[in-house]
Design a protein around this ligand. Structure first.
Ligand SMILES: [Zn+2]
Length: 249
């Protein structure tokens, strides 16, 4: 599962959100490599742009600005705010940087690698969790709250995040992801790497055996079956506990 690597420095452009709660995720294309993104967002000569996150073609996630702060990624001239095609931009009626969290994607035309796609799905869900845990605005990952830059600013950024950005697939994934926990999502996105598929298979096997014992007991079989049932129950409990399925005490 992805790890978020902090890359911001004292030169990274950022400002306070001035009390505005983040409620929107905006997807961008970097039109550059991760390396040049890392350099530009930390360059003392850059006094015009930044982003919260960058997602590389290899699935790496870099962070430049804290979610608590506003990054300079999708500002809009005041006169354009009521004309934006995005309903949330008109509803919020203030500088979009104040309530948006920005995700840059390494690339040029919006086409994402498979690892990059999975990482950005995870990152959207992570941001939703972070915001809801911290400010509790009840944010979800529907089309009101997740936008392309072109929807915020079609005048200056009609091609961000690019013609090949996988909107249909991303929206379908986010509709599932917003109803899953992060752990469930990780299991779905990286079943092999996390080993979750193996763990679930073993739990299912123990659980099936447990059910068989319980049926036997229910049908009036003797104390031997009841003991077997308890043994299997304890084995299942211990296994789940060791695998981190149960809440920590
Ligand atoms: Zn953009």
């Amino acid at each position: 599962m992805p790890e978020i690597i902090w890359k911001g420095n004292e030169h990274t452009n950022k400002e306070s959100r001035y009390g505005v709660v983040p409620i929107c995720i905006v997807d961008h294309i970097s039109t550059s490599t991760m390396y040049s993104m890392d350099s530009w967002f930390t360059d003392p000569k850059n006094d015009g742009s930044s982003a919260h996150f960058g997602v590389g073609k290899d699935g790496m996630i870099h962070q430049y600005v804290k979610i608590e702060d506003n990054a300079w990624a999708q500002g809009l001239p005041v006169a354009k705010i009521p004309l934006s095609p995005a309903p949330i931009v008109r509803d919020m009626n203030c500088n979009p940087n104040l309530y948006c969290v920005s995700i840059e994607h390494e690339g040029t035309d919006g086409e994402l690698t498979e690892e990059q796609f999975k990482a950005t799905v995870w990152l959207h869900r992570y941001i939703m969790q972070y915001i809801n845990d911290k400010w509790n605005p009840g944010m979800d990952l529907g089309s009101y709250n997740v936008l392309g830059h072109y929807q915020v600013d079609p005048w200056r950024r009609p091609n961000c995040p690019g013609p090949k950005f996988p909107w249909d697939r991303l929206r379908a994934e986010l509709a599932v992801a917003e109803k899953q926990t992060l752990e469930e999502l990780e299991l779905r996105l990286w079943p092999a790497e996390t080993g979750w598929a193996d763990r679930l298979e073993r739990i299912q096997a123990v659980n099936n055996e447990l059910n068989w014992y319980m049926e036997e007991v229910a049908q009036g079989e003797g104390v031997g079956y009841a003991n077997g049932c308890m043994d299997r129950y304890m084995a299942l409990y211990e296994f789940m506990n060791n695998q981190g399925f149960l809440p920590k005490k």
